[in-house]
Design a protein around this ligand. Structure first.
Ligand code: PGA
Length: 253
């Protein structure tokens, strides 16, 4: 029983006041389900303050990015050990916005994934194709390349302590959600790629779907056998919207 993870990726949004209200709303009304873990991923400057607000709650803290380096002369970077120090449990790596806009290659993403594992935190590895990739019939090849870079560096057993998020780029922030069947097909492909190397690892790893998940489409997605929750952008910025998604998972879990 893998359970569900419902993760909020706040992206570059928020303020002290807005975050306080959002976190208070989530904590106050989080479904008490044992099979659903909730996670929020604020921007770096707010991690400590949000950690304090989350203390004693069942909501976990994560970051949206990390350095691939451990410490030292890397101006502007943030080490995984610092994220652990301020209370993070999870770290998102390889979000498509970072791959596309910040030039992160699959090799850089793999190095970040390994840096997170080395500190005992849990990486959430994002993979996903663009619309052009999909239309060219390249979806699985793109996923294989992104996943393959991590498998080559860290090996299949690293996924015992990791999460994967399938996020089709064309569905992110567009309102164009992948259908449950489209998402399930890719989730199955991802799990099968791991299964070929280790059945037990493949069986245990959570694979989240991300891309315009909302309260009214979450249940359809989460009811698919290989979809174990969601990575939520826009709908994670209002507690009622985020909790509607959490409720969908709790009802299924
Ligand atoms: P969205 O973003 O829910 O706003 O589509 C998802 C993500 O980018 O993680």
């Amino acid at each position: 029983m893998r359970g569900y993870l419902v993760a909020g990726n706040w992206k570059m949004n928020g303020s002290t006041a807005a975050n306080d209200a959002l976190v208070a709303g989530i904590i106050a009304n989080a479904p008490p389900s044992e099979s659903v873990e909730l996670l929020v991923c604020p921007p770096f400057p707010y991690l400590s303050a949000v950690a304090e607000k989350l203390a004693g709650s069942r909501v976990a803290l994560g970051s949206q990015n990390v350095s691939q380096f451990q410490s030292g002369a890397y101006t502007g970077e943030t080490a995984a050990s610092m994220l652990r120090d301020v209370g993070c449990k999870y770290v998102i790596v390889g979000h498509s916005e970072r791959r596309a806009m910040m030039g992160e290659t699959s090799e850089i993403v793999a190095a970040k994934f390994q840096a997170v594992l080395d500190t005992g935190l849990v990486p959430i590895l994002c993979v996903g194709e663009t619309l052009a990739d999909r239309e060219a019939g390249e979806t699985e090849a793109v996923i294989d390349e992104q996943l393959g870079a991590v498998l080559n560096l860290s090996g299949v057993d690293s996924f015992v302590n990791a999460v994967i998020a399938y996020e089709p780029v064309w569905a992110i922030g567009t309102g164009m959600t992948a259908s449950p069947e489209q998402a399930q097909d890719v989730h199955r492909h991802i799990r099968a790629a791991l299964e070929a190397r280790s059945e037990s690892v493949a069986e245990g790893v959570k694979i989240l779907y991300g891309g315009s998940v909302k309260g009214d489409n979450a249940a359809g997605l989460f009811s698919k056998p290989d979809i174990d929750g969601g990575l939520i952008g826009g709908a994670s910025l209002k507690s009622a919207d985020f909790l509607a998604i959490a409720e969908a998972a709790a009802t299924l879990g």
